[in-house]
Design a protein around this ligand. Sequence first.
Ligand code: UDX
Length: 429
Amino acid sequence: MKISIVGGGYVGLVTSACLADLGHDVTVIDLDPAKVQQINEKNPPLCEEHLEDLLKNTVGKSLHATTRFDSITSSELTILCVGTPRNMDGSADLGFIESASRSIGTALKDARDYHVVVVKSTVPPGTTETVVRPIVLKAAQKKETEIGFVMNPEFLREGLAVTDFMHPDRIVIGGNESRAGDIVAQVYKDIPAPVIRTGTQEAEMIKYASNAFLATKISFSNEIGNVCKHLGIDVYAVMQGVGRDHRIGPQFLNAGAGYGGSCFPKDVSALIALAEQTGEDPVLLKSVQDVNERQPSRMVALLEEKIGVLAGKRIAVLGLAFKDNTDDIRDSRSIPVIRELLDKGAFIIAFDPMAMPNMKQILPEITYAETVADALVGADGCLVMTEWPEFKKIDKEFDCMAHPVIIEGRRILSRKGVVGICWQVGNRP
Ligand code: UDX
């Protein structure tokens, strides 16, 4: 199928490369000429496993990148993959959705055949029908019957996005017109996964509710963990037992410093704002958010408990990315921790295998170490904030600390004497 993708970010580029690899003829459209050039030079503008190979196999053959929207006119289907950042009040900002919809509509003015517009961006329920459809139809000067609209959410995890795209748990196709839904089902015909055909709004809400539920599992585990810590119980052993219940499942029960990233914090906020707009008081979702916002301070409080006043102390922070296998620091839990340490007059030396360039953009005032060992030398305390597998190997480096006080926000170390944010050291299995 001839497919246009609007937005060459995480979702857009991974979707483009995967669909091109599946044999579709794909054009990815992005307003950033530098990014377009990088893609056309088979040089991935973001780090994702397998993405470089996919670009090598497809660019110049089934995949092209451009800043121009006119490729849409001759394509059968356009997938909208632009960002929906957060407004000050926590609601979703639809500015990029609106401008992209206008550009798509304008390009479709000259289209002769039936076309399908697919929304893949995470958008509040109602957006596809009440924002995208009217803007596109008006700009295209087309009748309802000439363009179909479908909502087809993605569930991609950063770092594993290509794998998640090619091996999804389900494909959700939300649309009120079966013709458009059938065409989208054809796009995914070579991906073996259950297909859920539902309404447009249901599809939009499936995305939000899925992310909010995963965030709830994490905050629940953190709350249980916080209680377990007082009782000397190992929350990981507890969650292993809990997760064996097939109605619960073992995934996303790892207690720690909280969830970060470009999705969970933003989507939980957007869902809270949405609920309040309906007049509902989303007490559960607000609690999920509160638990998450409090966890970072627990790291600092534990450190103070162990080493006293932080002013003038040298503190090592290991891990800046919001999770391992990415350089992404958006809403990373390490940020509020570092800010609180700075407010308390501590001197910070940080290390991360990938995310230091990004963190230097927002926290230039702290020191960045070349290695883990450099970060730990002479440190009065250490906070572990990201679950990087290579941190498992750290051991003798801790001996170079001035005071070997190590607080773990992610269960990753195997060294005796480590204090867990919500687990006890001694009773590790
Ligand atoms: C998430 C969803 O998993 C994905 O389906 C959706 O499309 C986008 O949002 P991502 O943001 O890449 O993906 O991160 P994920 O791997 O889900 O981790 C999110 C955060 O939760 C990270 O900060 C991670 O450290 C934390 N986490 C995850 C926990 O604290 N405990 C867990 O058990 C799992």
